[in-house]
Design a protein around this ligand. Structure first.
Ligand code: SAH
Ligand code: SF4
Length: 397
């Protein structure tokens, strides 16, 4: 080659992203690069507990290993393209997950509790008739790194002022898989992310404070119960198959009888553990004139008789071009009363977040109902903690 020739451009060596690795995977990785297994515990703590993404800061790791890791590995979370911290403590991030794809993560504080609403897919293939994500269609599954990356970004935000300080009391306490997408249709990437949420060397969340929400993909629901112990929320929305077929189309494949049998199997696995007190949260969106009459409430009470359940009523969140209306406050209260009198714990989502939603919608129009979901969950927790039937509309709907 003559001296004038430009140096050949070599393709960059792809580095291994450590962010989405479970402890076991990380141990295997260290062994594969000729290092001791216990390094995995050290590195996982740096990444997830202390929010570190630079090997150089990992001071209990030898300098030689730090340099080696910097050459072959990286810790790469989705890029934060917008963040918003409001005075009431709510924090929102818009995360870029590839060209033109964005997801939003929302963290809602409530006293000691900090709940993060996490997405599992960009878009969703299940097309529930009242859901803006469904209307958007399915783009792709998020990777484990992109899923746990939402938790990493949120958790790390508490260390921004005081880097490398372990402030467990300030870190997030609850995760709900209620953002975009159907988590059970991205099982292979969601489960390792759940494992990291529960791992004491990573986020160490209680298994009762990590919730998977599903529209009812029955075979995967059974598989979830066999694989990992987390809390379960089921998007029910209708008390009979005819109506549920219309609202939640996956019901045509896995009708209510099969879904509820699967829910009971899920609970049966953990029986004895908590004296049989454990329940599944049934989510029920309140759509005016569609599923919100007293007759529907009575039918729902009968339907769930054999399945230990608590019910969360969600006032519908309208979005552009949606064809439904939110049920009136009176109708929601009447619906709740019937279920409470039938001995169910029945809560109502607060509407306090509507003003925040407006701002959120301006951030990423297509994921605008994420915030509402997180807030809905938050209010459910508030309700559970206080009075089961307490009505908590804080602003007029
Ligand atoms: N795919 C999963 C999790 C994401 S959706 C599931 O369906 O459970 C999270 C919750 O938001 C579900 O209960 C869903 O039915 C509800 N939801 C979707 N769109 C809504 C809307 N416009 N108003 C109120 N709740 C909605
Ligand atoms: Fe998908 Fe859940 Fe929306 Fe249905 S409600 S379209 S399953 S994200």
């Amino acid at each position: 080659m003559s001296n004038d020739s430009p140096a050949p451009v070599l393709p960059p060596i792809a580095k291994t992203n450590l962010l989405g690795m479970t402890r076991q995977q990380m141990e295997d990785y260290f062994v594969s690069i000729g290092e001791k297994k216990f390094r995995a515990q050290q590195v996982i703590k740096w990444i997830h507990q202390l929010g570190v993404d630079d090997f150089e800061q990992m001071t209990n790791v030898s300098k030689v290993l730090r340099q080696k890791l910097a050459e072959v590995a990286e810790i790469r979370a989705p890029e934060v393209i917008h963040r918003e911290y409001s005075a009431d403590g709510t924090r929102k991030w818009v995360l870029k997950v590839g060209e033109g794809s964005m997801v939003e993560a929302v963290l809602i504080p409530d006293g000691e509790r900090k709940t993060l609403c996490v997405s599992s897919q960009v878009g969703c293939s299940l097309d529930c008739s009242f859901c803006s994500t469904g209307k958007q269609g399915f783009q792709r599954d998020l990777t484990t790194a992109e899923i746990i990356g939402q938790v990493w970004v949120a958790n790390r935000s508490y260390f921004e002022d005081e880097p490398l300080m372990e402030k467990r009391e300030r870190a997030l306490t609850n995760v709900v898989m209620m953002g975009m997408g159907e988590p059970l249709l991205n099982f292979g990437n969601v489960v390792p992310a759940l494992e990291l949420m529960l791992d004491d060397f990573a986020y160490g969340l209680s298994k009762r404070r990590v919730t998977v929400s599903t529209s009812g993909v029955v075979p995967m629901l059974d598989k979830l119960g066999e694989t990992i112990d987390v809390a379960l929320a089921v998007s029910l929305h209708a008390p009979n198959d005819a109506l549920r077929d219309e609202l939640v189309p996956i019901n045509r494949k896995y009708p209510l009888k099969d879904l509820l049998a699967s829910c009971r199997r899920f609970l049966a696995r953990f029986q004895g553990e908590e004296g049989g007190r454990r329940k599944i949260t049934m989510e029920y969106v309140m759509l005016a004139g569609v599923n919100d009459t007293p007759a529907h409430a009575r039918e729902l009470a009968r339907l769930l008789r054999e399945t230990p359940s608590k019910i969360n009523l969600i006032p519908f969140n309208p979005f552009p071009k949606s064809s439904y209306q939110r049920s009136s406050r009176e109708d929601i209260l009447a619906f709740q009363k019937i279920l409470t009198e039938a001995d169910y714990i029945c809560t109502i989502r607060s509407t306090r977040g509507d003003d925040i939603d407006a701002a959120c919608g301006q951030l990423v129009g297509k994921v605008q109902d994420r915030t509402r979901r997180a807030e809905r969950w938050q209010s459910r927790q508030e309700n559970d903690n206080n009075n089961n039937s307490r009505e908590i509309f804080r602003s007029a709907s």
